[in-house]
Structure formats: structure tokens, C-alpha cells
Design a binder for this molecule. Sequence first.
Ligand code: CA
Length: 224
Amino acid sequence: MRLLLVEDEVEIQGFVKQSLIDAGWEVQAVDDATSALQEVTKQTFDGLIVDLGLPDLDGIDLLLRLRRSGISAPVLILSARRSVDERVKGLELGGDDYLTKPFAAVELVARMRSLLRRSSRGEESSHLRIDDLELDAVKRRATQNGHLLNLTPQEFLLLEYLCRNAGRVVTRSMLLAEVWGMQFQPDTNMVDVHVYRLRGKIDPEGAESRIKTLRGVGYVFQRK
Ligand code: CA
């Protein structure tokens, strides 16, 4: 697997590059968008890691140009920008995941691994339909009975994972690994809180939830 890293800060570039190499990937690192656009014409990359604050072009514009030129490899966005708007914009314009600086090497590697795994499953699985729900994994849009659901990026990923595994038990650690890219079980109720919010958005008022809790185990998404 070959990855392209676009990051202008020397220290971060070195740290990220080494972390990815240690994880077993081949890494090409460049400092700006112009070099990135040149690199992608020379070789094929399985995944990209793009910093938003680049010296020559905004990372968002780079992302847009990459997608327009037909590069479909998954992109992990790196940014110091914490605003939700920037995050959403980045994801809408073709980023596949988002990591805010500072981050731990282990999280970077886990997210990248998850992105690569998802993209290797192929195009045919980008559209999902379960009962009244329809998901577009590329655009990260979910609709219910044709109405757009207002989901956060994490809620979308959670719903996507639950739907892909509909009828099967998914544990909290599976969700943490696949949705949040965490290989360890932090001492939080993050998963439960997100499931609770997701239920509020997809379950009709007063109806029994389709996301069943299996106490001490995890969840099952039940088809109607
Ligand atoms: Ca930067």
C-alpha cells in the first residue's frame, strides 16, 4: 500500500511519515499542493493524508482538484481547525475522515487502516438501502423515506456500520475500532451517547428503536 502525505510542517511531516512507515506502508511525503498534484500523475496511491493549511493552496482546494481529476483514493484530512464548518466542508468535498491536531500516532494509523479497508471493499458497496433508510457512503448522506437526515459525520459512520452489519451483533469495541478508529477501549460512554442521539434521529417518535441494546455486549440493528 502506497500513501501520499501532504504536510508542510517539517516536524509533523516527519512524525506522521514515520508512524505510517512503522505501520507497514510505503510513504511519499510532499510539502505543498503543487507537488501533490504532480505526484498523483506519476504514481498511484492507495490513500492520501492531506493537511488543510498548505502554503500554496488550501487543502480543501487541493481535495477538490484531486477529486475532479478522478482520484478516488480515500483521503484523511489533517487540520488544526476545530470548527465544525471546516470539518463538514472537508468531508463534503471529498475527504473521508478528519483528524484534528494534535493527534496520537496510534489514532492516525487506526483511522488510515479503517479507510483503506473500507475503500478496498469497492465501489459497489457505496450505496446502502435498508427498509426506509438509504445511505451514500461516498457523499456521506443518509435519507429516510427520501428526507435527508441531519447527521454528524460520526453519526453517519455509526449508522453506516450498523446498517452494513444489520441483524448481526456489533460490540462496543467493534464500533470504537471501525467508527472512531480506536484500538483500545477508553473509559467513556461515547458509543452509547452517539447511539442514543442516532436513535433520536432515525426512530419514529414513540416507536421501539431499531437499534437494540444487548446489555453488556453491544447493539444489533434490526431490519423491519
Ligand atoms: Ca500546515
